[in-house]
Design a protein around this ligand. Sequence first.
Ligand SMILES: *Cc1c(COP(=O)(O)O)cnc(C)c1O
Length: 486
Amino acid sequence: MEDRLRYVSTRGQSPPLDFADVLVAGLATDGGLYVPEHWPDLSGAFERTVAAPGRPYADVAVDVIEPFVGDSVSPDDLRSLVVDAYDQFDHPDVAPLVELGGGMWVMELFHGPTLAFKDYALQVVGRLFDHVLAQRDQRVTIVGATSGDTGSAAIEACRDREALDIVILHPHGRVSDVQRRQMTTVDSMNVHNVAIDGTFDDCQDLVKAMFADTAFRDAVHLSAVNSINWARVMAQVVYYVVAAAKVGRGGPVSFSVPTGNFGNMFAGEVARRCGVPIRQLVIGSNRNDILTRFLRTGTMTMEPVVPTISPSMDIGVSSNLERLLFELMGRDGVAVADLLTRFRDDGTVSVPVDVLAPLREHFDAASFDDDQTRSTIASVLAEGGPVLDPHGAIGVAAGRACRRDATSPMVCLATAHPAKFPDAVEEATGSRPRLPGRLADLMDRAEHFVRLPAELTEVEAFVQSVSRVPSVPPAKVVSPDRGTSR
Ligand SMILES: *Cc1c(COP(=O)(O)O)cnc(C)c1O
């Protein structure tokens, strides 16, 4: 079909696919990430949202998502699954905006089932997955790595769904109690948690290695819903459109985003490329500041990951930056692959000034340590603003530090509910935030997980043992001395 949007790999070696195939594949076979062959025009969806300030979030979502999905899902099916997804949120606006004063705004992206922004995409993506797989009479095994929130959001999006099994790896002892319990207390036959002895990057490397193991990948029909999946980025574009329309009323708006893997931030860049009037995009980092250093110096250097009070941003490498590099390097997949190979091999790589210059026209970045994060939580509250979580506080701190134009509004994304990080918030404010009603008994529920070393063969054996994909040979027994708790 002429107008069907197809997707290409950022490493240029995989054939173009349509939306449904990209959704199910996750990572491209050449190791790259999928991006649309061209950027669709979202100015119509934006204008319709400006013209109708009370427009329901789900209506905007259908408008924004439709051009990316093409004919992979019928318009009626898309509408009903999007409406159902945002029915799970506990605020009538879904993503409410709070003014801080002086044209600074906070967008609360924590009104979904797991209280973090990842719900905004994953509640849609889980339903899209189930829908597309049912159409094809297929099953998949979803494997993901989480530094905290992706895991619980993915589990909530996939739990109990017939066509999916989900295995989530988290770094043992490096996610908060609330984050871990939101994953490990889900008692569903298709949900499997693995605590890896290692860092988040170890977990992410294991996931990448499983995808690179073609025989394994085919045997369990491996798929991903972490932020490398294009559908997640796509669904995140929606709240940029909503915020820009409400706050800017047609004029330019800036965004400040607490970011780690660059998935949320890249959705803002997509909105901009698709015609939403975005003036400035601000990257907020914690001490794991590879993005901030890259923007300042043009050099990307791997550093050891340091634990912070904003653990969902404790990463050493930002996967989604690859999508931006692909754009900046003129969509030359071979050049991108070469750059990333050098980065892998040497732990450092520099991009030429002419590649970075267009980026610096609208991107800024700032990083903050834990003390600065806590003092931002305290000062925003003292000024009459909302109680922020540490990630949202970094968003606000970065927005304040980097704002270029005081005449156009700046929207800071608050990516988690403060009750997900009660210790940090209590230290900053003196009072402990309470979990909302639906999670009130979280700390009393039973946990289920296995603990494994950061060894590919062991992790693959476990995944194979739980996958319900029909081609898989009889399940291997997982020995109890690996820490099996279910
Ligand atoms: C995942 C997460 C982030 C970082 O998002 P990226 O898309 O990886 O940049 C920020 N804050 C919270 C609360 C998160 O869960």
